[in-house]
Write a protein that binds this ligand. Structure first.
Ligand code: UDP
Ligand code: MG
Length: 316
């Protein structure tokens, strides 16, 4: 049995060597052949040099790919999955927030025939605001989206070869992994672990990035938000009709005075805002069509130690 571990790294110079040492400690004890597939996501620090060093130190069990610029974690994971050759692939972060020991548990569950083994982190130790917002977000998303997304479930998971192949068969440019993982299905099992603090460096997520990620999650999988726009429009038009009838009756019965300045402004601003939002929403979908239709590669490789024959995919 061969195991691949895919690790996207962005500016992880301070942590990647520690990560490598720790993960090998765990993997060396397991009855598997393994390879580590690092992806340098266009880091601006010395991550690439560190990876070159690791590849020299552990010839044969280290693969790395380095992007021409930062393409984002999704692209990093995609590259790693393409490059991985194992019968099972574990996806994990380079900051040791995903405890390497858990791979033992994952393999055990894998050997019982599960295709996706998910490690779900508990939100202990998270900032209160962040965890509350997350919880609300997932409740909302699950109402709207066709695929099931779970709070605390990230990218830390083991995938069987056929699950990996299923993921790779999805060519979309706009990749929202949480949704893709859920969309492919297969026999899935989840277990909990306690969240660990970052070993070194700092998180690359800013509030804006999280917000955009959230929007991606909502609209990557269906057009239900557009349908909701139609419903909202219908409801507002209905209310406007009722209001018009009421005003007419009131004018006939009580004569015309000229109040209603506040009502007018509120209506104009409120409707304007709603229209902007719906326009933005439509624009978002059209933008996606635009990006998909360009059929650009998900990433460009600057340097790799993976032989070209094994590193292939629809993009390369
Ligand atoms: N990462 C990446 N490209 C990016 C941002 C992050 O490859 O543009 C990697 C990062 O190096 C780490 C993982 O994705 O291995 C998770 O990032 P981070 O720890 O910053 O996210 P958090 O744990 O705070 O959600
Ligand atoms: Mg992290």
């Amino acid at each position: 049995m061969r195991l691949s571990v895919v690790v996207p790294c962005y500016n992880e110079e301070s942590g990647v060597e520690l990560f490598d040492a720790k993960i090998r400690e765990t993997l060396d004890l397991l009855p598997v052949e393994y390879e580590l597939c690092y992806v340098d996501d266009g880091s601006s620090d010395a991550t690439l040099e560190r990876l070159r060093g690791l590849a020299e130190k552990h010839v044969g069990s280290t693969r790395y790919v380095s992007f021409s610029r930062n393409f984002g974690k999704e692209a990093g994971m995609l590259a790693g999955l393409r490059e991985a050759t194992g019968d099972a692939v574990v996806l994990m972060d380079a900051d040791l927030q995903h405890p390497p020991e858990l791979i033992v548990r994952m393999l055990e569950l894998f050997s019982r025939g599960h295709d996706q083994v998910i490690a779900r982190r508990t939100r202990e130790g998270d900032k209160f605001v962040r965890s509350t917002v997350s919880r609300l977000y997932y409740r909302m998303v699950n109402k709207w989206v066709d695929v099931e997304l779970t709070d605390g479930v990230g990218d830390f998971r083991l995938l069987s070869r056929r699950a990996v192949d299923a993921l790779l068969s999805m060519p979309e440019y706009n990749r929202f992994s949480k949704g893709l993982f859920s969309w492919i299905g297969f026999d899935t099992v989840t277990f909990d672990y306690r969240n660990a603090a970052r070993a070194a460096g700092e998180t690359k997520w800013r509030f804006g990035a999280l917000l955009n990620y959230g929007i991606d999650g909502l609209i990557s999988f269906n057009n239900r938000p557009l349908r909701m726009g139609i419903h909202l429009g219908l409801a507002l038009a209905g209310l406007a009709g009722l209001y018009a009838a009421w005003v007419t009756v009131a004018a006939v019965v009580g004569g015309v005075t000229a109040p209603g300045y506040v009502t007018l402004i509120v209506a104009i601003v409120g409707l304007g805002g709603l229209q902007m939002m719906m326009l933005g929403l439509m624009g978002e979908y059209i933008g996606r069509i635009y990006y998909e239709s360009k059929r650009r590669p998900h990433f460009l490789v600057k340097e790799t130690n993976v032989p070209p024959s094994t590193f292939s995919g629809p993009d390369s």
